[in-house]
Design a protein around this ligand. Structure first.
Ligand SMILES: Cc1cc2nc3c(=O)[nH]c(=O)nc-3n(C[C@H](O)[C@H](O)[C@H](O)COP(=O)(O)O)c2cc1C
Length: 205
């Protein structure tokens, strides 16, 4: 074997090990769904969930609806103050904690621990297959970071509510979260702040 070939094999193996636990999502479906007025009529909070996981396609569609990129400019499905895009979507699944990379349409694994129990103080966060955790990076907000981050999270959360109404999924946005403990468990940096969480899943069978 030649030296360049061995080098190539090493690089390939390294790349595989780096991305092994990430989840490449299928291209989100940007058509169909329920007519908007019907989705608004169906939007509601539900606090019970089946353990049935969402398919990768549903996860991709959910995250794109929540805060995906919807224009060539890189802007998103939800507005943000001065286009700061300071809200990151962390996704707690049974298999671990992931960060939604909207550009690459990928879930990048942060931890291999199941953190769903800590996504809220109510027991259903553990039952839901997906817990979204909205995290603001105050370093990306110019002026009034608390106010803008809370407002910007609200738009994303409502996108999730409407997507869930359209897809027949249950969801509830949560403010009752032990944020300090979750911040530590997620190994976030000091500029990152947990705003709200939002379990999503099928209704119980
Ligand atoms: C900022 C915010 C925080 C909330 N926090 C919680 C929570 O911690 N636990 C919970 O069960 N519901 C929570 N909710 C859901 C509300 O209780 C719910 O939206 C309200 O009862 C109205 O019901 P609806 O969403 O079906 O219209 C929260 C809602 C908002 C907007």
């Amino acid at each position: 074997m030649t030296k360049p070939f061995i080098l190539f094999i090493i690089c390939a193996l390294l790349a595989i090990s780096v991305f092994a636990d990430d989840l490449q999502l299928p291209i989100p479906r940007k058509t169909g769904g329920m007519p908007l007025m019907e989705a608004l009529a169906a939007r509601q909070t539900s606090r019970s969930f089946s353990a049935r996981p969402l398919s990768d396609q549903q996860l991709s569609d959910l995250l794109w609806a929540a805060f995906g990129i919807n224009r060539d400019s890189g802007k998103r499905t939800a507005p943000s103050a001065r286009n700061g895009q300071e809200i990151d979507l962390y996704v707690a699944l049974e298999s671990g904690l992931y960060l939604y990379d909207a550009k690459e349409n990928r879930l990048v694994q942060q931890l291999s621990r199941d953190l769903r129990e800590q996504a809220g103080v109510q027991p259903f966060t553990q039952q839901a297959p997906v817990d979204l955790i909205y995290v603001a990076d105050y370093d990306r907000v110019r002026g009034h970071p608390e106010f803008y981050s809370a407002a910007d999270t609200g738009f994303i959360s409502q996108n999730v509510y409407l997507f869930c109404a359209s897809e027949g999924l249950n969801t509830v946005v949560l403010g009752m979260v032990e944020k300090e403990a979750l911040h530590e468990a997620m190994k976030l940096s000091p500029s990152q702040h947990i705003i709200l969480t939002q379990p999503v899943g099928f209704p119980p069978e």
